[in-house]
Design a binder for this molecule. Structure first.
Ligand SMILES: [Zn+2]
Length: 45
């Protein structure tokens, strides 16, 4: 799972269930969940 740090804006990847959420760069604990940059378009019929 990928996240973006709210403080240093770095992209970090980790398993939150294992090590908890803490930025390895700045120590921040605030993150935004980053979604894959796949533009999915679903056609409604
Ligand atoms: Zn950070």
């Amino acid at each position: 799972m990928a996240y973006r740090c709210a403080q240093c804006k770095r992209r970090v990847e980790f398993d939150i269930r294992k090590i908890g959420m803490k930025c390895p760069y700045c120590g921040s604990k605030v993150f935004f969940a980053e979604r894959p940059t796949i533009a999915k378009r679903i056609k409604a019929r």
